[in-house]
Design a binder for this molecule. Structure first.
Ligand code: SAM
Length: 446
């Protein structure tokens, strides 16, 4: 593999005696990983769904190596269903260090395409709030669709500059993740183009940008809260030096232990931080944990938006048609033709580039409302009045994912979830022994 000579000189000076081991890794295939989505699937189901064994990685209990013969894992029906996320193994370490707890408010400031956000969502278990922000609008749309696929109910997705978002949400979050844009040296084994674009100047400009993002992130964190900084690069300027510069500017922060066992201690005396190299079983990550001192003030929540009674009635009717035990007092929010099932206790959202807060429950189609794909994706089969469970290798499931009408039990009538095995992957409408397909056109496989 061709790597730029100045980059290799820097790696030699960084790694010393271990440099030959790094070079040897560069001739080996890169690591592949998937991460279980506990919102939708159990470990037992995931492990039983592949014709090869999955081996747990040292970076998260939810992260597994899968072998190259696994092929295109993104085409697997359980991937469409959101049972797992394809994620380079060491990338799961940052959220392991962040350790979000159910009920907390968590900000993922640089979130697209959503690997770490969907991991945070799984650890929150549907309780609390995940705010996923991505400054690049087109990438924020991909983030939104990944959160929907993974069945995340309690998320706000925004596309906002950190210098606007963080002061507006000052002290609101219990935990903040900054998975910073970086020079991506840990991607080189997977992506030769990233290596070709590497330059010393890019490393320096990334470091400047990272310092600015971290300063903003610090404002959004409540006193007593936890900030995790991560990159997928090796350069000290973007890792230990960025953290040291941050600590010198923010006396109210201190460096904490990440709690990670995989990888190795940070360099240059910053042993509480963690570094992962290909020799450690991952492509490359740096993770540092920072604690903000002081006493938190109670967060400010906004008044929920008023929902017109007719809209609220229509949304409740849909909930009654879809669920066995519909929520009695759902938090609803109108959004154009959509009605959202919104997270409770939101801050003021205006002016923050919010694309969505919650999951789309139903959409106005002509004079009627119909349920949305996102509502089903965020549901388990046993919660639904009707759910057709199809075997992973069945022609019926393949036909459903292509957007075709399929057979259904003759006496089923109404909105019906469709599950890949035990994981809901979409829905349709049953009548007369057939299921009319509502799988979104943009997701269909051909
Ligand atoms: N956390 C993501 C995941 O796990 O899927 C990966 C995030 S990637 C390393 C960094 C992200 O930061 C990119 O999506 C990039 O668009 C975004 N970004 C670029 N410039 C930024 C800036 N100035 N402020 C905040 N985010 C920025």
């Amino acid at each position: 593999m061709d790597l730029p000579a100045p980059f290799l000189r820097r790696m030699q000076s960084l790694l010393g005696d271990e440099y030959p081991a790094y070079l040897a890794c560069c001739e080996e295939p890169h690591f592949r990983g998937i991460r279980l989505n506990t919102l939708k699937c159990t470990e037992e189901t995931l492990l039983a769904s592949f014709p090869f064994p999955l081996e747990r990685t040292p970076f998260s209990p939810l992260s597994f190596y899968y072998p190259p013969e696994g092929g295109k894992i993104g085409a697997h029906p359980l991937h469409h269903a959101g049972a797992f996320y394809s994620q380079e193994p060491s990338a799961s370490s940052a959220v392991t260090a962040l350790a979000p707890q159910p009920g907390e408010r968590v900000l993922d400031l640089c979130a697209a395409p959503g690997g770490k956000s969907t991991q945070i969502a799984a650890l929150l278990g549907g309780e609390g709030l995940l705010w996923s922000n991505e400054v690049v609008r087109s990438r924020a749309n991909i983030l939104l669709s990944n959160l929907e696929r993974m069945g995340v109910r309690n998320a706000v997705v925004s596309s906002c500059r950190p210098e606007t978002l963080c002061p507006a949400l000052e002290g609101f979050f219990d935990r903040v993740l900054v998975d910073a844009p970086c020079s991506g040296e840990g991607m080189f084994r997977r992506d030769g183009q990233a290596a070709a674009e590497w330059s010393e100047e890019h490393v320096r400009s990334c470091a400047v940008r990272q310092r600015a993002i971290l300063d903003d992130a610090a404002r959004a964190l409540r006193p007593g809260g936890t900030l995790v900084y991560s990159t997928c690069t090796f350069s000290p300027e973007e890792n230990e030096e960025t953290i040291a510069a941050f600590l010198s500017r923010h006396e109210d922060f201190s460096l904490g232990e990440t709690g990670l066992s995989g990888g190795r201690p940070g360099f240059f005396g910053m042993t509480a931080a963690r570094r992962i190299f290909p020799m450690d079983g991952g492509e490359g990550h740096f993770v540092a944990l920072l604690r903000k001192q002081g006493e938190a003030l109670p967060p400010a929540f906004a008044e929920p938006a008023a929902v017109p009674p007719a809209v609220s009635a229509a949304a409740r009717e849909i909930l009654g048609e879809v669920f066995r035990n519909p929520e009695r007092d759902p938090a609803l929010a109108p959004a154009g033709d959509l009605v959202l099932l919104a997270p409770r206790e939101l801050p003021e959202l205006r002016g923050l580039g919010v694309l969505r807060a919650g999951v789309p429950l139903c959409e106005k189609k002509g004079k009627r409302y119909e349920p949305c794909h996102g509502l089903f994706m965020a549901s388990r089969p046993e919660e639904l009045r009707l759910c057709l469970s199809l075997q992973l290798d069945s022609p019926a499931l393949a036909a459903f994912l292509r957007g075709e009408e399929i057979d259904a039990p003759g006496d089923w009538k109404g909105w019906c979830g469709v599950a890949a095995g035990s994981v809901v992957t979409g829905f349709g409408k049953c009548s007369g022994g057939r299921l009319k397909n509502r799988y979104p056109k943009g997701l269909r496989s051909f």
